[in-house]
Every structure is written in C-alpha cells, then in structure tokens.
Ligand binder design. Structure first.
Ligand SMILES: Cc1ncc(COP(=O)(O)O)c(C=O)c1O
Length: 393
C-alpha cells in the first residue's frame, strides 16, 4: 500500500489547532486561542476588492504579484522605515504570511541543513523546516529583569557546519518581545559571521506599543541590513488590516532570493489572488487611521488583561511591547495542554497551551486579547476563578 511520505509524518500536529478543535465541538466558548482580531476587514478594503472584481482583476497575473502593489509596498517602506527597496526585484507578493515563511525557509535550506529558531514562537516556522527536511534547533529567549532577551551565547553554541538559517519573530507571537536595535545589530553580525540567512517574521510590526507615537511601526531589520545582506522579511496583511481570511502577504529579500521566490511561486500558488492584491493597495493607501484606532483598543485590552492576571497568585507575566498576546507563566504548571483542556471543559474559555510554542513554552499559556472587552472580562474572570479554586491554587 502506498504510504504518506515520511517527511510529512515528521511534522507534529499544531497544539493550538488541537485545542481549537476541542473548543469547536462546544457551544458558547470564549475564544482566545487563535491569533486574530475579531474585527471584520474595514469596509473600504472590501469595497476595493468588489471594484477590482468588476474591473476585471479575475485573471492570472505575474508570479511576483501586481507591479502596482509592489510599488506601493516600496513606497510604504520608504515612508515608514526610510528604507529604499526596488519593487521590481526585492519584493514578492505571497498568498499569506504563512506562504512567505514557507518560501523564505525553502530558499534558505537544503535537506539536512539546520535552522536556528528563537522560541517560544508560533510553531509554523519550525514545522516548515521539518517539512523541508531540515533540522530545527530552538533557542529560548531568556526572561531577565522583566524583559525577554536574545541569548547570543546559546546562538554561538548552536551553530554547526550545517547551519544555514536563523529565524526570529519581532514583535513576537506569543511573547510580545520586540528586538531592540542592539539585538538587531548583533543578529545581523551573527548571520554575517556564520554565513547564515536571517529571516525576520515582522507580521506584527504595526502592532507596537513602545513607539513615540501610535502607529509608528516596530523598526524593521531592513533599516539595519544592506540590500546585499542575506536577509529576508516575511510579512502579511492579516494582522494589520484584519485580513486573516484573505491570505495575502509578501517577502522582502535580497534580489537573487526574491527573483527565485517569484519563479518558485509558479509551482506553488502561481500568485496571490489578483483582486485581493488590488484591495491590499487600498489598505496601504487608506489604512493608517484604522491602524491607530485598533492600537488604542489593543493597548487598553492589554492593560486590562495584565491587571487582571497580576491579581492572581502564582501567575507572572511581563508586559509585551507588541503583537496582541499575553504569555503568562503559571507556577507549578507541568502540562499546559492538559491545563487548557480542563479550563475549556470546566469554564468554556479557550486559550492556547504554551507547549505549542516550542522550547521554553511549557509552563505558560497564550491568551489573545484582540477581542471585545466583554469577552475579555468574561475570559479573565473565569481564568482567575479556575486558577484560584479548581486548579488548586
Ligand atoms: C508570527 C506569525 N507569523 C506569520 C503568521 C501568518 O499570518 P498569515 O498567514 O495569516 O498571513 C502568523 C499568524 O498567526 C503569525 O502569528
């Protein structure tokens, strides 16, 4: 009998998804497990998609994406980061951030190569390394004096002759950690010294609370890197513009890698949907006000949840600088999946187990606070009651 390929079997089931599937069998669950805002896509973006359909954006387009969208993205980087990009050769549109990560990892490693990943992290990059027959090596970010930090000594120790890639996510899902300028410099230096690709997942760059003014993005690694550096950035319209279901993202990469990405797109998705790319142009042109409003709301949610958690004995949680998650550590927690299952069954609150996020994730849970306040109030109240009574706290 024909078997499913062994490499596919190596990829573990997402534990976020496993928990969500349990939750979906139940009615009335407070859903804080997935990483998405429950706000719908803004109307002006939806209308732009409808117009694009009417205007005939229903045909195949180029593998790298609509030239107009790539030009708009180049202008966006110029405006927000002071970075000059060539839209024709350094930007490729992808059918989601997931596909951007997939493509970037495929461009960096051959079978048997090693990739270093800073964790706890959203599990897809590790899974993609496995899917590409690579070996993931997870290096935990270390919590010191209330802030997560890159452990550069551990990075140096992890490098082998087969190491080809370093992946990190800033702002981080699930930690909310944002790489400092010094950390970015050292990451670049590390990549250069060891001839590695550096892949920065920057899909949460617009959800950044430490900015001098709301709406200023977390600084991209592209500000530090030259266009000749072996650097790739994976990006997405999902989080910034509430477009998770649209499946649209992009890659910025050194010219040779970007050109290869466009060519490989032909054999993977050909290109992202044409009319959604037109809608993305509208998002870039008119989305800034909406981003600022979303940030105000998210910051209030973050502070509300932080306050609620800080009142529970045995729970510690650093204040995140970006993204929309809290990753509280719970004293004595050994099996976060079991904890989340019990919480779900006994209180109908769905959150994600820390073990889903790789090395150093166990012992914590992830709460997504991109929800309406009444939902968060119910969630926090029930989590608090569960931790102080049923869980034996
Ligand atoms: C860190 C990170 N990167 C990438 C993605 C992918 O986003 P999408 O595929 O919706 O564009 C997500 C989604 O949750 C994420 O959390």
């Amino acid at each position: 009998m024909a078997k499913v390929a062994e490499q596919a079997g190596q990829v573990p089931y997402s534990r976020i998804r496993a928990l969500a599937e349990e939750a979906m069998k139940m009615e009335g669950v407070v859903k804080l497990y997935f990483g998405e805002s429950n706000l719908p896509t803004p109307d002006f973006i939806k209308q732009a998609a409808c117009r694009a359909l009417d205007e005939g954006y229903t045909f195949y387009t180029s593998n790298a994406g609509l030239p107009g969208l790539r030009q708009d993205l180049a202008a966006y980087y110029g405006r927000l980061h002071g970075v000059e990009l060539d839209p024709g050769s350094e930007i490729v549109i992808t059918a989601s951030g997931v596909q951007a990560l997939n493509m970037a990892i495929r461009l960096a490693i051959d079978p048997g190569d090693q990739a270093i990943l800073l964790t706890p992290a959203w599990p897809n990059a590790t899974a993609t390394v496995l899917l590409d027959s690579g070996t993931p090596h997870e290096i935990p970010l270390r919590l010191r004096s209330g802030r997560y930090r890159v452990d550069f000594e551990a990075l140096e120790e992890a490098v082998t002759p087969r190491t080809r890639l370093l992946v990190y996510t800033s702002p981080s899902n699930p930690l909310g950690w944002v790489a400092t300028e010094e950390e970015q410099d050292r990451i670049l230096d590390f990549g250069r010294r060891h001839d590695l690709w550096v892949l920065a997942d920057e899909v949460y760059d617009r959800i950044f609370y430490r900015a001098p003014e709301a709406g200023i993005p977390a600084p991209s690694i592209l500000r530090k890197a030259s266009r000749d550096d072996a650097v790739m950035v994976a990006q997405s319209f999902s989080k910034t513009y509430c477009m998770t279901g649209w499946r649209l993202g992009w890659i910025v990469a050194r010219r040779d890698a970007a050109e290869k990405a466009a060519q490989l797109n032909e054999f993977i998705v050909s290109h992202a949907a044409s009319f959604t790319q037109r809608a993305a142009q509208a998002a870039l042109a008119h989305g800034e006000g909406g981003i600022r409003e979303m940030l105000v709301r998210l910051k209030e949610n973050r502070d509300f949840c932080l306050r609620a958690l800080s009142e529970i004995r045995g729970v510690s949680v650093p204040s995140p600088d970006g993204a929309f998650y809290l990753f509280p550590k719970i004293d004595g927690l050994k099996d976060s999946f079991e904890f989340c299952l019990r919480l779900l069954r006994e209180t109908k609150v769905g959150i994600a187990p820390g073990s889903a996020f790789g090395a150093n994730g166990e012992g914590s849970v992830r709460i997504c606070y991109a929800a309406e306040r009444p939902i968060l109030e119910a969630g926090m109240e029930r989590i608090s009651r569960f931790l102080t009574s049923s869980w034996g706290g």
